[in-house]
Design a protein around this ligand. Sequence first.
Ligand SMILES: Nc1nc2c(ncn2[C@@H]2O[C@H](COP(=O)(O)OP(=O)(O)OP(=O)(O)O)[C@@H](O)[C@H]2O)c(=O)[nH]1
Ligand SMILES: [Mg+2]
Length: 208
Amino acid sequence: MHVKSAEFVKSATRPEHYPPAEVPEIAFAGRSNVGKSSLINVLVNRKGLVRTSSTPGRTQLINFFQVNNDLMLVDLPGYGFARVPAEVRKQWGPMVETYLSTRSCLGCVVLILDIRRVPSDEDVLMLQWLRAYAIPAVVVVTKCDKLSKNERARQAATISRTLGLSREEMVFFSALSREGKDLLWGRIEHFLAAGDGEPLSGGGDLGH
Ligand SMILES: Nc1nc2c(ncn2[C@@H]2O[C@H](COP(=O)(O)OP(=O)(O)OP(=O)(O)O)[C@@H](O)[C@H]2O)c(=O)[nH]1
Ligand SMILES: [Mg+2]
């Protein structure tokens, strides 16, 4: 993908405030602080387009970023962070679920995991939920720079087992080294070209 321009369009919590559904959208989901915003910045080659923070729960709105004239990247608020105010936590589910289940121009969801963690129940549920709605998903394992080669292989095996996905189905990524950037764009473009995606194979630990 040749990114010629990338700009913030708007923030929204409810469908009335989403931008018009005119171009395909790629949404980025994952637990709080996993590195969603950093990953989007790497994809568009812009250090500060999306605000990042070492404080979890930074992104609490749905943020829309237009890339070139024909694509929207959508930064979703992260889940699983206990210390955000109860009121915000209560709104998270409906806000994100409404977006994912109703957005007609949604092309695929990039689900982001931390290489250092065993996927949480919420991660597994999110993947199952995407499958249930037949939303194409790309699983990205990020912060790969933080582990040694051996630790990385071990964690990759754990994550792969927990989600029921092969390693080849996942994209290993680092916002620091930019590893995985081209592969991820390739997967995204594949879904955009297909119009609808091939479902991921795995069932995950909570699978039915
Ligand atoms: N070493 C390393 N640090 C990363 C990477 N990606 C993100 N980080 C750091 O992780 C922290 C969280 O990154 P964000 O991109 O803000 O995470 P987020 O998922 O958008 O977080 P919320 O919006 O709070 O849900 C920041 O301190 C980033 O610098 C990575 O690939 N490698
Ligand atoms: Mg963020």
